[in-house]
Design a protein around this ligand. Structure first.
Ligand code: HEM
Length: 452
């Protein structure tokens, strides 16, 4: 806990802003640059989203305070919830209070290590399918971000619905991505039109949501009819019982949780892997060390779950990629009441950004922050990283429920593909990080497939 200062600050430092539009043009223009530059104003700063003051938190201590108080004094911003609700309903990501607590308890067992361990085979096998495709595309350019999305979507569809990329599962993926792109458009507007207004944006969103509802309900109906335990997330959601009153989830709750896991569970990992390939292509010395580890431990065979603890460098590469390019570039919160934060009175309802990408690039916590150095995450160094300065999965009670799943998936994908391939950025192709819903390369990631 940060000590509460008796003296109350009435203003905070931050970038110069203009009347009414505030800092909106810079924030919407190049948000990543904007967030990286924000650190210069201090540990707690502000900028103006149009006329509205927004807080930015740049220190591990304050991040810890806000994230740990996320069930009491702070919650997710009303705007985020309103924008996401039509797609993922009242699932884990968007729910609050006692309802969230109950759902988290019901869903958590699905992520127990033994349970997710069973998914390791799927992750390695599906990565190997992509390896076969790449083997037939040596010297060719591929949109790596699409390859990664297709792969992580296949994995989540199989582990969630036991669906091999059926038409339905890919349609869920496509539609969720379309809906999230619409959400992102909404976030950039100062005054988004109300949902009832038949604007082009609202009509597209309505259509996407209707399609998603139909598809997911199809999976639920089929599973209820067969009454089979397929060992996937869906069976677990349908069987889960509240230990207090023995109640189960309604179809609507199962739909919301399934949609949440599908939405949160593939785009983030896909983006992380895309950046990892990019970084490896720019740092041959890191790639060489990774290849050495993979050759030594796997000697050309597919990795299994049991191999992962013998692949520490693979793990370090992914952690360092998530430091430089965190898929969730910020975590947002809002106070439920006026809160004294480091001597500043944060107003009820005011949006606060935990500047994840800013802290990940702060030389106080990561010396030579621009350098891609997986060694930072070697056990003897990782312990020196201040807690809450590195937040790729958030923190506190609302920390990402899928973090072990994601790390296992990322390591198995990398171990399978990097054994044989070393993609290179296509000549002349521009790579630029951009805030979409996640931190993505603005123009995608065109790479030439090369054999090692
Ligand atoms: C590299 C991959 C991933 C990253 C970077 C990531 C990042 C995050 C972050 C930062 C949060 C916290 C958001 C907040 O506090 O406002 C979060 C929450 C969440 N994530 Fe992930 N995530 C990843 C993978 C996954 C996977 C694979 C799943 C599920 C299969 C998943 C499901 C969720 C859910 C359900 C929540 C909400 C948890 C709650 O509030 O109780 N995520 N994720």
């Amino acid at each position: 806990m940060v000590a509460q200062t008796a003296q109350v600050r009435t203003s905070l430092r931050g970038p110069k802003s203009r009347f009414f539009i505030g800092n909106l043009p810079e924030f919407n223009g190049d948000s990543i640059k904007f967030m990286l530059e924000n650190r210069q104003y201090g540990d707690l700063t502000r900028f103006f989203f149009g006329p509205f003051p927004v807080l930015v938190i740049n220190s591990p201590e304050l991040s810890h305070e806000v994230l740990m108080d996320s069930l009491t004094k702070w919650s997710k911003p009303a705007l985020t919830l309103a924008v996401l609700e039509p797609i993922i309903g009242n699932g884990l990501f968007t729910s609050e209070g006692d309802f969230w607590k109950r759902q988290r308890k019901l869903v958590q067992p699905a992520f127990h290590s033994k349970r997710i361990g069973e998914y390791g085979q799927v992750m390695a096998d599906y990565s190997n399918d992509l390896a076969k495709e790449w083997a037939g595309a040596i010297g060719q350019e591929r949109a790596i971000e699409k390859d990664m999305t297709h792969l992580t979507m296949r994995i989540i569809a199989k582990t969630l619905f036991d669906a091999d990329v059926t038409v339905e599962a890919s349609e869920v993926g496509e539609t969720i991505r379309e809906a999230l792109a619409l959400v992102e458009e909404g976030f950039r507007q100062l005054f988004p039109p109300p949902k009832w207004m038949p604007t082009k944006h609202n009509r597209r969103m309505k259509r996407a949501v209707a399609r998603l509802d139909k598809l997911i309900q199809g999976f639920i109906d089929a599973r209820r009819a067969s009454n089979e335990d397929k060992g996937d997330f869906l069976s677990l959601l349908l069987q889960a019982r509240d230990e207090d009153d023995n109640s189960q989830m309604t179809d609507k709750q199962v739909r919301d949780e399934a949609m949440t896991l599908f939405g949160a569970g593939h785009e983030t990992t896909s983006v992380t892997m895309t950046w990892t390939w990019y970084l490896l292509s720019q740092h041959p010395e890191v790639a060489a060390k990774l290849h050495e580890e993979l050759d030594l431990v796997l000697a050309g065979r597919l990795p299994t779950l049991a191999d992962l603890h013998n692949l520490p460098y693979t793990d370090m590469v992914i952690k360092e990629a998530m430091r430089l390019y965190p898929a969730a570039w910020s975590v947002t919160r809002m106070p439920n009441e006026d809160v004294n934060l480091d001597g500043y009175l944060a107003k009820k309802g005011q949006i606060a950004f935990i500047n994840v990408i800013g802290m990940h690039h702060d030389p106080r916590f990561f010396p030579q922050p621009k350098k891609f150095m997986p060694e930072r995450f070697a056990p003897e160094h990782e312990k020196n990283v201040p807690k809450y300065a590195y937040l790729p999965f958030g923190g506190g009670p609302r920390v990402c429920i899928g973090n072990s799943f994601a790390m296992m998936e990322a390591r198995l994908i990398l171990a399978t593909l990097a054994q044989r391939f070393a993609p290179e950025v296509a000549p002349g192709f521009e790579v630029y990080p951009d805030r979409q819903f996640t931190l993505k390369p603005k123009y995608g990631m065109k790479m030439v497939i090369r054999e090692r």
